[in-house]
Design a protein around this ligand. Sequence first.
Ligand SMILES: [Zn+2]
Length: 317
Amino acid sequence: MKNIWIADGHCDSIGDYAAGKRNLKETAKFGHWDLTRAKQANLGLQFLAAYIESEYKPFQAAWRGLELLEAALRFIDHNSSEVFLVRTQEDAAQLGRTNKLGLLINIEGGEILGENIFMLDLIFRLGVRSIGLTWNERNAIGNGVGESEGSGGLSSFGFQVIERMNQLGMVIDVSHLNEAGFWDVLRHSERPVIASHSCAKALCGHRRNLTDHQLRALGDKKGLVGVNFCEDFLSDTGKATIDDVVRHICHIAEVAGVDAVGFGSDFDGIETTPEGLENVGTFPYLVEKLSQCGFNQNEIARICYGNYVRFLSDVLM
Ligand SMILES: [Zn+2]
């Protein structure tokens, strides 16, 4: 199992790069993710999230999003012998066939659009292929999980965004979205959608986690859930180990199907990490654990990588 490919649906590392704190190439004294350890772990695909911090919202959100996008593109340029930008079905077909790490840029926060569809087309041209529709707050698209219960689903602008993202071949990310918005997206999107960094509510009651009903609906739509390594999402005690991550993977595979589950570490976005999964270099331990809990080799390969490649070939154009 040593050389199995790994795909990860969410890390927030580009913030440190944009701030000049780390080059994300060599391993630094702090931080969860860098190219050196990613290569050691055989990472083949990473969604790089440009997380727009709350203090920029709403009026500076577009500038901040573009600043982080520029940083992500600069990182890719500076490391072009080791990484490539994933934009098309053709790029997705290269995954696992080249020893370069594929990077797909996600904007975490639909606030980047304001209420302008042209911004969606613009960031698409600039290489963005995924948007987290909301963070925990409300925006012009819909409501995050941090809004009061009973806050509604998508706005009419939100429905326009879904339609345009379907047309362009962009990954719709529903992590952080409230439940009413989630069901609006599931009903309205013509393509599979992802919850890039979420866990199962049946195992841990956190508001960010997904009910079995939601997990099943994602699976039915050929979508994907990237299991988050956030200790608060993994266990009601707020302390977690690698075994809790395995527990969530097994549960989601049972409820939504083996083809609906993958990894969504949230490295560099979470304050603490589960014991045994301290950084991107530790992914191989998770692979080992999966083979101990009843999945066959083919299933493990799908959970670790294949599901993401299939999902991207369904969504990208
Ligand atoms: Zn997030």
